[in-house]
Design a protein around this ligand. Structure first.
Ligand code: AMP
Length: 142
């Protein structure tokens, strides 16, 4: 299974913000769309950063009640790791575990084509494992 298999079902929609937006805009986007991270893009649509729920918790600790005076640029991670639609899911799972993040934007020939989360990867791996179990059960029952 590959990243492209997830995108076939999930589609290529990527929710994004710009770095100069207030933190309240990031909170609203995460909450209303029930997602864990949002991409930050620059004026040309290029990747400028990523903001996840974890960044918001860190920012609450750092800025306290002044948090709402801050902008997305104050809490985003600017070195964003991306993947390709051709990457195997097992490799992405390993990368998410070793680098301790749960969201990866998907880039194909320089173009943003989707975003996958650890939830997407785990769901796909469970379905794959279940498929194998069912196939083995059918084989044994023959
Ligand atoms: P997450 O586990 O995705 O909530 O993110 C944990 C931390 O890693 C946060 O500081 C995020 O900004 C950061 N992060 C999330 N995804 C990525 C990514 N693809 N590349 C680099 N950093 C990321």
């Amino acid at each position: 299974m590959y990243v492209s298999d997830i995108l076939k079902f999930k589609g290529d929609k990527v929710l994004s913000l710009t770095a100069d937006e207030p933190i309240s805009a990031a909170i609203a986007m995460l909450t209303t769309n029930r997602i864990g991270a949002v991409l930050v893009v620059d004026a040309k649509g290029g990747i400028a950063g990523i903001v996840s729920e974890r960044d918001l918790v860190r920012a609450m600790h750092k800025f306290g009640k002044d948090l709402f005076d801050r902008r997305v640029s104050d809490l985003m991670t600017t070195t964003v790791v991306t993947c390709s639609p051709k990457d195997p899911l097992a490799a992405i799972m390993g990368m998410m575990t070793s680098q301790r993040f749960r969201h990866v934007p998907v880039v194909d020939e320089g173009k943003l084509v989707g975003m996958i989360s650890i939830g997407d990867v785990v769901k796909n791996r469970i379905e794959e494992a279940q498929f194998e179990v069912d196939a083995l059960r059918r084989y044994i029952a023959l």
